[in-house]
Design a protein around this ligand. Sequence first.
Ligand code: PFF
Ligand code: NA
Length: 454
Amino acid sequence: MPENRQSIHGEWGSRWAFILAATGSAVGLGNIWRFPYIVGENGGGAFILVYLACILLVGVPVMMAEILLGRHGRQSPINTMRALPGRYGARPAWQTLGWLGVLAGFLVLSFYSVVAGWALAYVPYSAAGTFTGADTQAVEQFFSQLLASPGQLLLWHTLFMALTAGIVSRGVERGLEKGVQLLMPLLFLLLLVMVGYGMGAGAFTEALAYMFTPDFGALSGKAVLVAMGQAFFSMSIGLGAIMAYGSYLSSRSSVPGNTGLIAGADTIVAILAGLAVFPIVLAAGLDPGSGPGLIFVTLSYGFGQMPAGAFFGTLFFLLVSFAALSSAISIMEPATAYLVETRRWRRPWATTAVAGAAWLVGIGSVLSFNAWSGVKLFGLNFQQIMEYLSTSIMLPLGGLLIAVFAGWVLPAQVTAEELSFPAQWGYRLWRGAIRYLVPAAILVIFINSLGLLG
Ligand code: PFF
Ligand code: NA
């Protein structure tokens, strides 16, 4: 296989290029928008503990497996999963894994872009001082009015998707890398500022108690499934995004070391987002379980109260939009790479097709907040179905298949060489986890969520 394949970022020039791109993929709406709102919906402490366990015991080994599969296959995920089974005497049916990932990517991108559109919309409104001094009611009303307007949502959804497609089609080379390098630390700093604000002006002690005192009795089987799905979603694993990025990774780079950095950064940002949101929620008497609007209402209220809040708010929503962009780009990579590699499409056309299809499905999500809000299946509207199906079902299912393939189909010699753990015991731990712990945990959580395990 050619060692000089071009990624959308150009060839990874260094170990850092991969780490930056993968961190850009991981850190996004999952940390800042989704983590706080599902923590709030699922009651806090116990949920967070299960989430952290899923990251460590399931997410980390699966991320290593995804990177190693990508690097060993050196093609788009679909073609990697077409080539590798034959090489190791497994059935061609394994290629379904690649297609499952592409499908999951479409579903994720379709609603991801709509929510990223909300963040974009909040940039000009924050700058105009809309939230300055506003009370909680006014801030809540602003959010519901935004959701009630399909035209506005469509506009911002379209803008975000066009931005994503524009960047992917141009093959950003070093542009995005530089952006991630500068803007991610800035987002991190700004989150620290907000945590600091929460310490001074919010109900910080209560927030700590809320986030870190587990009450396992209140945790349903379904909540555990949601926590596991969130671990996959947040780490960008289970659909081939990290596999695609891994296919451009130099064979000298240490997979365990890279994984540790990416997973660590991703987890810290999620916890910081929680620490920024919940002190305000609890001090202002807002509802932690209010759903997907949680950060938009809470944080814009907080910005409205803090000194120089219009400035910080504008900067924050800009940085969140950027974080969403660097994630959306990675969601498009598996499908785009496939069209370019196998169908010989030119990159701009491939990008337009992928983004266009996801944009179209996204319109369903736009309408689910207004015109179609009454249209429900199993009590879920269109957007909720997309989110649940992709995040809680398809990503863990992808992870299960990745684990079985990497643990049982690939020979130990191949995985040991690809992973290049610094010590033998590290590899043994990984292999034990990927063969037994990960598949068992995912299966048990799936079955348990159906309420079959008492
Ligand atoms: N990890 C991203 C986030 O936390 O916002 C979302 C995401 C990116 C999910 C890439 C899946 C993916 F393949
Ligand atoms: Na994330």
